[in-house]
Design a protein around this ligand. Structure first.
Ligand SMILES: Cc1cc2nc3c(=O)[nH]c(=O)nc-3n(C[C@H](O)[C@H](O)[C@H](O)COP(=O)(O)OP(=O)(O)OC[C@H]3O[C@@H](n4cnc5c(N)ncnc54)[C@H](O)[C@@H]3O)c2cc1C
Length: 486
């Protein structure tokens, strides 16, 4: 009697030791790092890793597929920790690739803040050997339909390509920003002057002296300011924020994370806030900046988030999220300097309020703002939307996701943060059970993790996802008994 290991009796005649086929939809940073790890760590158990990504390069995605050189990472290079097991890989690459020679402005007192485009180039360099060897296959098409067929995933690309996979990973990243309904009732010519700042043509029509209103005041708005500055814009730029809160700057001095957030008692948003405030007081008493407290908080985010009951998570999102975000997502020093100088010279004006109407007045747009002082009107020529990706009802934002939802494979998470999944990244079906063949990677999985937007957090999730998938694949290669007469 002969014993062999195989993943499926169907494949018995083809290979004595087949592995699983993994498909990843989305080849931004998340899809790319998962593919890289699967190719390196799953060499024995994974037969094929296919990444569907319409962009030319893997590893860039929305954040790093930028042509211009004016937008920078908002995290210092030594903190990017993009490659699990090689925490200084990006810093090393910056130094050895000559990138810092071309871009000496990246070096600041607060650390090295490289161009976002260069991080994309770094990721491409890390993926290149796997693409060259064939361990990772890049199919440059968007996915339109995903179905289940004979215990496999049947994945159909926009061009008709069909790939069958045992394991499917959804790494579709950031959805587009939602447009405020008030901008959709305008003529075509007015609508063409209201753009998502992340759109490729967002700045094309803006004249140097045109007054611009940026809706939103987070890091995306700071990027827009940097871009306008680089284009030589001299008209006024107004940043409209609902809360009046702006991203905070980084601290120099190379301080380590400060604070112990391991307590099991932090089970409400209020307790968490008190603990953060107390820790900041302790830090400042020792001459340590508050930024170090947020760095420690960020490291403990998954366990803190999981300790919060659902009601408290909702409270956090409703009352503390914006406050948390402006401290956590900090401006690169170069962007902070542009903002500071802009305010000083009057180029940039900060406004607090809600955009409640937009009308046309000859060549201008008249924005109606609801502020604390009442309703005001504001004239501008262009409106840039920097409100950030809209994760609400994630399962409905693409046709193939909607189809998977209708078939019961996925559901949006109830907090509006992405897709429902467990801490292992397994997608929860409509019935609420984890699917062992379907995973969610990166930002859409953050409802389970609390904090899953920055590269270091995604890298950590990617590593554990890759190990789990490889573990599953290894277990699924089961021993079957074949008679010698076969
Ligand atoms: C503007 C911006 C700046 C940032 N800056 C920093 C920073 O400085 N430091 C930091 O740590 N983090 C930063 N982040 C956060 C972080 O790096 C991102 O969250 C991360 O890159 C997420 O990558 P992703 O691959 O999950 O998503 P995305 O970058 O959104 O990529 C998703 C990819 O999926 C593809 N896709 C979507 N649907 C389909 C489909 N149907 N078929 C095939 N492909 C599909 C898209 O083409 C896209 O390329 C930034 C994020 C943004 C948006």
């Amino acid at each position: 009697m002969l014993k062999i290991r195989m993943s499926s009796p169907r494949l018995q005649a083809q290979t004595p030791r087949p592995g699983s086929r993994v498909a990843i939809i989305g080849g931004g940073y998340t899809g790319a790092i998962i593919a890289k790890l699967l190719a390196e760590r799953g060499i024995r158990d994974i037969e094929e890793v296919t990444v569907f990504e319409p962009r030319e390069q893997l590893g860039s995605g929305l954040a790093y597929d930028v042509k211009n050189i004016d937008v920078r990472l908002n995290v210092a290079a030594h903190r990017m920790r993009a490659i699990p097991g090689a925490p200084t890989a990006f810093l090393d690459w910056l130094q050895t690739s000559g990138t810092l020679t071309v871009d000496p402005q990246a070096v600041t007192q607060e650390g090295i803040f490289a161009r976002r485009r260069d991080f994309g180039r770094f990721m491409q360099s890390k993926l290149a050997p796997h693409l060259d060897s064939g361990a990772v296959r890049h199919i440059r098409h968007a996915i339109r339909i995903v179905e289940r067929e004979n215990e496999q995933w049947r994945i159909c690309g926009a061009d008709g390509t069909i790939v069958m996979a045992d394991i499917l990973i959804l790494a579709t990243g950031h959805p587009p920003a939602s447009r405020p309904p008030v901008v959709d009732r305008l003529s075509a010519s007015a609508t063409s002057r209201i753009k998502d700042v992340l759109a490729a043509d967002a700045f094309n029509e803006i004249g140097k002296c045109d007054p611009v209103l940026i809706v939103g005041s987070g890091l995306t708005a700071i990027d827009a300011l940097c871009r306008l500055k680089a284009l030589g814009h001299t008209g006024t730029v107004s940043l409209l924020s609902r809360t009046g809160l702006m991203p905070r700057p980084h601290a120099g001095g190379g301080f380590s994370p400060f604070g112990d957030f391991n307590s099991t008692d932090l089970t409400s948003a209020r307790k968490l806030l008190s603990k953060v405030r107390a820790t900041i007081r302790d830090a400042q008493a020792q001459g340590i900046p508050w930024q170090s407290v947020f760095d420690a908080l960020r490291q403990h985010a998954p366990s803190l988030w999981q300790a919060l009951p659902m009601r408290e998570r909702q409270k956090f999102l409703g009352r503390l999220r914006r406050w948390y975000d402006v401290h956590r997502y900090r401006m690169p020093p170069q962007g902070a300097a542009i903002l500071g100088r802009g305010i000083d010279t009057g180029w940039v004006r900060l406004k607090t309020g809600d955009l409640v109407s937009v009308t046309e007045d000859r060549q201008e747009l008249l924005a109606g703002l609801e502020t604390r002082e009442g309703r005001t009107e504001f004239r501008c020529r262009h409106i840039l939307l920097a409100t950030g990706p809209d994760f609400l009802n994630y399962a409905a934002h693409q046709r193939f996701l909607l189809g998977m939802h209708r078939d019961g494979f996925i559901q949006s998470d109830p907090l509006g943060l992405g897709l429902a999944c467990d801490f292992a990244g397994r997608a929860l079906t409509v019935a609420g059970t984890p699917d062992t063949t379907l995973f969610v990677g990166g930002p859409p999985a953050r409802a389970a993790f609390g904090e899953l937007t920055g590269v270091p957090e995604i890298a950590a999730q990617a590593a554990s996802l890759a190990d789990r998938i490889i573990g599953c694949c290894a277990r699924e290669t089961r021993t079957i008994v074949i008679s010698p007469t076969m």
